[in-house]
Design a protein around this ligand. Structure first.
Ligand code: CP
Length: 291
């Protein structure tokens, strides 16, 4: 049985096959590929995009979806996460999709269930479907000519599971990441080039991925207000000038902190394309793991 815990669970060939399916699903029309299947979603951290995208993907494929409301679940009565998952597993779902703040938790569940586990984000560790949809969006934009492209990943790379999964996945397809961050948000053990300001490398890059500052994952306070951070890291028209660069962000965007209002209206911004592609990619992933 195959699970999806990090992007390394899929070979490059499997990912290219997934992209073929995602292209087929791009119109997001309903079909019956997973008719009769049941998917359970367990979101122990907040989500707008990933949760609704997985649920829409499963329903578009004809599957049924049960979403545990963790706020009203028996977790509040002291049940452990392992017992919660064991009980859900005993109801024989065809897949469990889980988001949790603990790094490694989804991976630790795979030995204890009888269905695929899909990691919808575990702490700062991994967010594999986000990286897949990011790569798919880039690949579609450049008509699959992505070898040698460079991407600036801007902001809180240190605690970002989106950055972590993209740093694992994109280089496998020939895309070179450059981390752009203040020292306290840089990766501590990155194999990749790290710079402090976007203007140092803006003339080299084809793609900019802005990140939200994960205040919930930091114990130290680096800024008295996020406007202080925005002075150097908010993406504006001035930072892009007239260059033909793709602008990505996994969401949620903190407006005028990560990206300013004007750039959010700029045609180089492909954030909503990422969101649509996210449903298509998750349809392809569910079809692969549940069929
Ligand atoms: N990209 C992403 O994970 O967004 P959500 O937190 O809204 O799911």
């Amino acid at each position: 049985m195959q699970h999806l815990i990090t992007p390394s669970d899929f070979t490059n060939e499997e990912i290219l096959n997934l992209f073929d399916d995602a292209r087929m699903f791009k119109d997001l029309q309903s079909n019956l590929f997973l008719q009769g299947k049941l998917v359970v979603t367990l979101f122990f951290e907040n989500s707008t995009r990933t949760r609704s995208s997985f649920e829409i993907a499963a329903k578009r494929l004809g599957a049924e979806v049960v979403s545990l409301d963790v706020g009203t679940s028996s977790r509040s009565k002291g049940e452990t996460i392992f017992d919660t998952v064991a009980n859900i597993n005993a109801m024989k779902p065809d897949a469990i999709i889980i988001r949790h703040s603990e790094c490694g938790l989804p991976g630790s569940l795979v030995e204890h269930v009888n269905c695929p586990i899909l990691n919808a984000g575990d702490g700062k560790n991994a967010h594999p479907t986000q990286a897949l949809l990011d790569l798919f969006t880039i690949s579609e934009h450049f008509n699959a000519n992505i070898e040698g492209k460079k991407i600036a990943i801007v902001g809180d790379v240190k605690t970002s599971r989106v950055a972590s999964s993209n740093l694992e996945l994109l280089p496998r397809f020939g895309i070179e990441p450059i981390i752009v961050a203040p020292d306290h948000f840089k990766s501590e053990d990155s194999a990749f080039r790290q710079v402090t300001f976007l203007n140092e490398i803006i003339n080299e890059v084809d793609i900019v991925m802005s990140l939200r500052t994960q205040l919930e994952r930091h114990s130290e306070i680096y800024y008295t207000s996020m406007q202080e951070y925005a002075k150097d890291y908010c993406i504006t028209k001035d930072s892009f000038q007239d260059r033909d660069i793709l602008l990505l962000h996994p969401g949620p965007v903190n407006r005028n902190i990560d990206i300013d209002d004007e750039m959010l209206l700029d045609p180089r911004n492909k954030i909503l394309e990422q969101v649509s592609n996210g449903v298509a990619i998750r349809m392809a992933v569910l079809k692969k793991l549940l069929k």
